[in-house]
Design a binder for this molecule. Structure first.
Ligand SMILES: NS(=O)(=O)c1ccco1
Ligand SMILES: [Zn+2]
Length: 260
């Protein structure tokens, strides 16, 4: 089977194999800032994001993105909307096409960013990621929008590895220290949070989303370098881009804001 974005009608056809695609708590969504609700409880118990220099082991081409994997040592998330401690598992991203303004999965007042980073964590009340991945409180994902601006040398160190993972399944060790905290925006106090899902099949409704309000600046060249990763398409191997699911209906949910 080719890749999930280009085979058949793409995301709009996922419901045929994964009926939950039309579920009540799917992701991503548009964040209508006129309808978000400030929740003082979120600031009362601040989100605690802990990353370490030794938590990233390897990088793999998953066929739909790059993925930096972690054994989670010293990298944990708690507080804010979370009632438990979540352990870091991996980060990856979603992005658009050359000269396009789309690329992110979440949008803000209908506006897309060129790319969106996801830092995936699993609830340590479960045995491991696989046990947590399909539970309603199983995962917590921090989403960071990428915005074109000044170069981000830290992310550049990860992008330097892309040439070593040219095809689906290719994996290399990361033999330098990389602290994922480098990828958090300068201000990570202000975020939106809501209950949603994985944005790729199997689309499990298991994610507490924490979407940072402030984007992270990377250079226009770094956005282009994302597309140097390769994936399989119905017409053969080509550059990887438009690996994002567009927003789906919010249904009966309110997006809470940690800020007034
Ligand atoms: N894109 S995402 O962060 O919702 C995800 C994590 C695992 C599978 O899909
Ligand atoms: Zn993702």
């Amino acid at each position: 089977r080719g890749n999930i974005y280009l085979s058949g009608a793409g995301p709009s056809a996922w419901h045929e194999e994964y009926p939950v695609a039309k579920g009540k708590r799917q992701s991503p969504v548009d964040i209508n800032t006129n309808k978000t609700k400030f929740d003082p409880k979120l600031a009362a118990d601040p989100l605690t994001i802990r990353f370490s220099d030794s938590c990233c082991q390897s990088i793999v081409n998953t066929g739909i993105s790059f993925q930096v994997t972690s054994n989670g040592a010293g990298c944990e998330l708690s507080g804010g909307p979370l009632d438990s401690t979540y352990q870091f598992a991996q980060f990856h991203a979603h992005w658009g096409a050359y000269l396009k303004t789309t690329g992110s999965e979440h949008t803000v007042d209908g506006v897309s960013y060129p790319a969106e980073l996801h830092l995936v964590h699993w609830n340590t009340k479960y045995d491991d990621f696989k046990d947590a991945v399909d539970k309603p409180d199983g995962l917590a994902v921090i989403a960071v929008f990428f915005k074109r601006g000044k170069e981000h040398p830290g992310f550049g160190k990860i992008q330097d590895l892309f040439s070593k993972i040219p095809a689906k399944g290719a994996k290399v060790n990361i033999d330098f220290e990389f602290n994922p905290g480098l990828l958090m925006p300068p201000d990570s106090e202000n975020y939106w949070t809501y209950l949603g899902s994985l944005t790729t099949p199997p689309l499990y409704e298991s994610v507490t989303w924490i979407v940072m309000k402030e984007p992270l600046e990377v250079s226009v060249e770094q956005i282009a370098i994302l597309r140097t990763l390769l994936w399989e398409t119905p017409n053969g191997v080509s550059q990887m881009y438009n690996n994002f699911r567009p927003p789906v209906p919010l249904r009966d949910r309110v997006i809470r804001a940690s800020f007034g």
